[in-house]
Write a protein that binds this ligand. Structure first.
Ligand SMILES: [Zn+2]
Length: 347
């Protein structure tokens, strides 16, 4: 044991150390505290990574990168708040590392050729065509169950309320366009609750749904293998970042949905924007600047971070391709926040 959670002045660092450390009756060799959770060198490394690397992740339009990194080769060159200075010195001494401003590899902040092409309307169709060709098709059989959530429907007991929105209300979502309604659903009910921003005071209802015939779906949650392709040319990373981006990206995802419909698909399975919140996973993870998504041994691990959303084209309930198995009122009873911390500012 090297140090304990009571060794730290910064509240976020102290709380993280308390979570990562282990209980021990022995006094801390550094500060003498018995009550503090004790951390060995490995725990301290995880603490430094959680606070300074994950805790400084800066999201940009597409992708994101940590502002701070640390390693054993560099001396500390960042300046932190006064209450953090001694904590940084403690980590430096115990781990033999320095903290510095991280210059990300540019693919991490969206410098990916297919992603850049998708943002230019003349170049978009070619990449959309590649997406339809390279991503797998899967079939949702009739026993598959998924959910759709509505806040304050006019008539909660009516199945029609859970269909795609009526004309005049389409064109606001990630995949629908005016005149092209899309039903959003998910096999994960909590993802549905996040996706529709349901709050405790809302009157919320959920429909349990199943297909009435096998549905042909384009699976964009798949991690596609690309031989001899760097991150800078990766279609996989382009699509991954596209679906973790905000509403500035909708024009592109709507083009993919329209092309999939024209190609005869019933819908799309795509990564939920809230995947990372639900799984607690770290976005855009790298080792030595390489994306974990292109490292074969990490493919399953990366795929487990992503939760699927389901988008079905048209009005599946009215069209009879989806049946309502059950309707329920949903009450949010308790919300668990899992909090991680980072420095408020770094110079
Ligand atoms: Zn201590």
């Amino acid at each position: 044991m090297e140090v304990c959670s009571d060794c730290f002045q910064d509240e976020g660092l102290r709380l993280t150390a308390a979570r990562l450390g282990t209980e021990s009756d022995a006094p801390c060799p550094n500060c003498g505290s018995v009550a503090g959770a004790k951390l060995d060198k490995r725990g301290l490394t995880n603490l430094a990574h959680s606070f300074f690397v994950r805790g400084t992740l800066h999201r940009v339009s597409y992708g994101g990168a940590p502002v701070v990194q640390f390693n054993t080769h560099q001396r500390t060159s960042i300046r932190c708040s006064a209450w953090l200075e001694r904590d940084v010195q403690l980590l430096e001494t115990k781990l033999g590392v320095g903290f510095f401003h991280y210059g990300p590899r540019l693919w991490m902040v969206g410098e990916i050729e297919p992603l850049k092409a998708l943002q230019v309307s003349e170049k978009r169709p070619e990449i959309v065509e590649r997406i339809l060709r390279d991503y797998p098709t899967i079939t949702a059989e009739t026993e598959v169950v998924f959910y759709r959530v509505r806040i304050k429907p006019d008539d909660p007991g009516s199945p029609a309320e859970y269909d795609s929105p009526p004309d005049g209300f389409t064109g606001n979502g990630r995949l629908d366009s005016p005149g092209f309604p899309v039903m959003y659903a998910s096999p994960d009910l909590e993802v549905c609750m996040h996706e529709c921003r349901a709050a405790a005071e809302d009157d919320t209802f959920a429909a349990t749904l199943s297909p009435t015939r096998p549905l042909r779906l384009l699976d964009l949650t798949e991690l596609i293998r690309e031989e001899h392709v760097t991150e800078f040319e990766s279609l996989d990373l382009a699509v991954h970042m596209l679906f973790l981006a905000g509403d500035h990206s909708y024009e592109i995802s709507r083009a993919i949905a329209a092309a999939a419909r024209d190609a005869g698909y019933d819908g799309i399975i795509y990564p939920s924007y809230f995947s990372l919140l639900r799984t607690g996973a770290i976005p855009f993870e790298t080792s030595y600047g390489l994306s974990h998504r292109i490292i074969p041994q990490l493919v399953d691990y990366e795929k487990a971070k992503i939760l699927p959303n389901l988008a079905l084209f048209g009005r599946p309930i009215k069209d009879g391709t989806v049946r309502v198995r059950c309707l329920n009122r949903v009450v949010i009873q308790r919300v668990d926040y899992s909090l991680a911390f980072g420095p408020a500012s770094v110079d």
